[in-house]
Design a protein around this ligand. Structure first.
Ligand code: NDP
Length: 281
């Protein structure tokens, strides 16, 4: 039977470590504050924003909340980011995505001061990751590296296949695995003979956004399978990109959905908030 990689437990462990660090900073007179901006009331975004604020509370850092109406203009949003960039008491700025269609996400992300870019989406953060310099790393892929390390799964020298090449998951994931000395292949919708490619993987990371697409015929026996997907199936049930019941018997370790990668994203956001103090220096 495969080892179940428990993201809930690992994320709790990380949050408890961060709670300790936040208390140490407080004792030195350093208060960490995250500003969270949401435009409109997308129900999924409301849940994510609420959980992020709860996470800040849990580890003992401050959070400022900006809930702006759907009709907020791009200029108004950019003005708010500018103001937060200039505030000494704000360490991190997070703009919840997606934004309404009249606002250009790239322009907004670029407006955030890279030293406060706790989501790690700013081109400067991505560039720093690419050339191995200090900077914020996108939370979900950073969380996956923590999940692997804390589950004592070696990455160095392993064949890793990342399925998906988005800017927030697939690309930074592959760069992080490379940084850990893996041999990395990135697969996507134009990849030929996909099953042959994914079957090479010692560690397979699925980030496609297709409910239960990855069945056992995509997986090498004994592989580690990381499921990033958060999808709804035809019965509106939450599920990953991996067909868990089909794949679990053939792999050596696997993340469930929910309770795998999901909880790690917020833990790593909180990690980035604490990290912002040293990145500022
Ligand atoms: P995107 O839609 O941005 O990217 C999906 C990627 O999968 C693309 O690169 C696409 O290829 C590739 N792809 C799509 N269909 C296929 C296919 N049939 N065969 C091979 N490749 C395919 O998604 P995200 O990266 O943003 O998210 C992926 C999943 O992860 C989603 O379910 C999302 O909800 C979840 N997610 C979970 C998070 C968490 O905290 N756990 C955080 C972020 C996302 P191409 O580029 O060629 O189009």
């Amino acid at each position: 039977m495969a080892v179940l990689i428990d993201g809930k437990a690992v994320s709790m462990q990380i949050k408890d470590e961060l709670k300790q660090k936040a208390a140490e900073l407080k004792a030195k007179g350093i208060n960490v504050t995250l500003a969270v901006i949401q435009v409109g009331d997308n129900p999924a975004s409301c849940v994510y924003v609420r959980n992020k604020k709860k996470g800040c509370e849990y580890i003992g850092i401050g959070s400022l909340s900006y809930e702006l109406p759907e009709e907020t203009t791009q200029m108004e949003l950019l003005d708010l980011i500018q103001e937060l960039n200039g505030r000494q008491d704000v360490n991190g700025i997070l703009v919840q995505l997606p934004l309404p269609s009249h606002i250009d996400e790239d322009t907004v992300i670029k407006a955030i001061d890279p030293s406060k870019d706790v989501d790690g989406f700013h081109p400067q953060s991505v560039g720093a990751l690419c050339i191995g310099q200090p900077g914020f790393v996108s939370c979900t892929p950073a969380g996956i590296i923590q999940l692997l390390k804390r589950s004592h799964i070696d990455i160095a020298g392993k064949e890793c296949v990342v399925l998906g090449r988005s800017n927030i998951v697939g690309k930074p994931m592959s760069l992080l695995l490379l940084r850990e000395n893996a041999t990395v292949t990135i697969a996507h919708s134009r990849t030929k003979n996909l099953k042959e490619v994914t079957k090479r993987a010692d560690i397979l990371v699925a980030a496609v956004g297709k409910p239960r697409m990855i069945t056992r015929d995509y997986v090498k026996k004994g592989a580690v399978v990381i499921d990033v997907g958060i999808n709804r199936d035809e019965n509106n049930k939450l599920c990953g990109d991996v067909d868990f019941d089909d794949v679990e018997p053939v792999c050596s370790a696997i993340t469930p959905v929910p309770g795998g990668v999901g909880p790690m994203t917020i833990a790593m956001l909180l990690h980035n908030c604490i990290e912002s103090v040293s990145l500022k220096d």
